[in-house]
Design a protein around this ligand. Structure first.
Ligand code: NAP
Length: 341
């Protein structure tokens, strides 16, 4: 017998990718339910190539009998419905930022801290980290095991799909508009500046100390998932790319680390693919990682400006490993090791 799974935010970027990922990985579901806002009731979403599901209203849905909820309706909506779903007996795996730092909610990247899933019993909720944190930690984990990371300096190049469907539409419409002499302002609702043919060093709101909330998430989520002793300095930048986040990562280690040993550890690490040839085309860009599951690592090289330093470039599909795949992997472990069916 399989599980009854509800996907909340079923019409969104992440929700649609969750259906695709579940189908591709043959998730053991007997029944799958699509939930979104009242605006989408009756709208059809695809579950694989052959099945379509009609969206139901999250507001009126009864979670009794639902085993697993894969959730991405935005933080405010999750804050309200997730505890209700958990109280009805479901385990909620939430993609939004709302529960990530709650001490009663495990924050999980399966390649890094799968053992934390056991903590789901405290609240019935498991959180997925931010997309930028997930790909960074998948790549950092094998190197931390090897030589103990002291500090990371990361600059992100984040695609617009991280901001949802409306953000993708804005890049598309603004780009098209510029070619027919429309002002970018006439096609600007989501981003704080023009995104077409531009980059914006600002994601999420500003905090009192000058960093943005997106940057802060990378700091505190690294501490919760990997190691509270690692110092993180992050700068998060939005770029005019539809899917796939890039990150330039600079690491400083406690112990000596040979570049070839680092490359080998990354090659063997689960979820990582190393493509690192020091020549034209010898690295991966966001356009190539869209639709892929792996975190790709390229441009691995020593940082000679500190005693034990390493630089590398890393890209991943933010809707896949940065959201849907990570959530489905957690659900797979939950189904296999913790829930009985
Ligand atoms: P999106 O494309 O804008 O989709 C939002 C989804 O939430 C839609 O299905 C929408 O349904 C639903 N929703 C909105 N208000 C609702 C309500 N009141 N009740 C029920 N459903 C409601 O956004 P997304 O990119 O999928 O992201 C969703 C969440 O995941 C966000 O919190 C985001 O931060 C997080 N996340 C995103 C990424 C990423 O890379 N995109 C990565 C990690 C985490 P309607 O169509 O009916 O409005």
């Amino acid at each position: 017998m399989g599980y009854k799974v509800a996907v909340v935010g079923a019409t969104g970027n992440v929700g649609r990718e969750i259906f695709q990922t579940m189908m591709e990985r043959d998730f053991p579901a007997d029944e799958v339910v699509a939930l979104a806002s009242h605006r989408s009731v009756g709208h059809e979403v695809s579950y694989g190539d052959d099945v379509t599901l009609k969206c139901q209203d999250l507001e009126t849905y009864d979670f009794k009998g639902t085993d697993i909820v894969l959730s991405s309706p935005g933080a405010a909506v999750s804050a309200k419905f997730a505890p209700l779903a958990a109280a009805a007996g479901a385990v909620v795996i939430d993609n939004t930022s709302h529960f990530r730092m709650d001490p009663n909610v495990p924050l999980v990247v399966p390649e890094v801290n799968p053992e934390a899933i056991a903590g789901y019993t405290k609240s019935g909720i498991i959180a997925n980290p931010n997309c930028s944190t997930i790909q960074m930690l998948v790549a950092m984990k094998p190197l931390h095991d090897l030589a103990k990371i002291k500090r990371v300096v990361v600059a992100t190049y984040q695609s617009v799909s991280g901001g949802g469907k409306a953000a993708m539409d804005e890049l598309f419409n603004q780009t098209k508009g510029i070619f027919v002499n429309q002002s970018p302002e006439s096609n600007r609702k989501i981003f704080t500046k023009q995104i077409a043919f531009n980059v914006i060093p600002h994601i999420d709101s500003f905090m009192d100390d000058g960093q943005t909330k997106e940057e802060w998430k990378m700091v505190v989520e690294t501490a919760k998932v990997l190691d509270p002793d690692i110092k993180v300095s992050a700068t998060c930048v939005r770029v005019p790319v539809f899917i796939g986040h890039g990150e330039m990562i600079n690491l400083e280690f406690e112990n000596a680390l040979d570049v070839d040993d680092a490359r080998e550890a990354l090659r063997e690490a689960p979820g990582v693919v190393v493509i690192d040839h020091r020549q034209d085309e010898g690295y991966v860009t966001p356009a190539e990682c869209a639709g892929e599951d792996a975190v790709f690592v390229s441009r691995i090289r020593k940082d000679p400006s500190v005693k034990h330093g390493l630089n590398f470039w890393c890209v991943a599909d933010n809707l896949r490993k940065g959201a849907a795949l990570n959530a489905v992997q957690i659900a797979e472990i939950l189904a296999r090791d913790y829930l009985s069916k």
